[in-house]
Design a protein around this ligand. Sequence first.
Ligand SMILES: [Zn+2]
Length: 88
Amino acid sequence: MARRRVPRGPGSRPLDLTRVVTKHDGAWQVRPLTGAASTKPYTCPGCHRVIPVATPHVVVWPVEKALLSKDALEERRHWHTVCWERRN
Ligand SMILES: [Zn+2]
């Protein structure tokens, strides 16, 4: 059995999957949530339908608010991934 060398990744640090996306109304931090991390139902602002518990989706908040500041937390929105990507 041939042993393959697996290229080393950036290490065992937890991956920060947050990325910045620019839409017509500004720049947003976008963080994907796994189904396991989704423990509450949310209403998607894109389609006004519920994102059921355990559904992978994205959380977005404005870039200009500091992460985890009170303002940023209040402005966090949970979106269906497809609804967010459809948004301009
Ligand atoms: Zn939606």
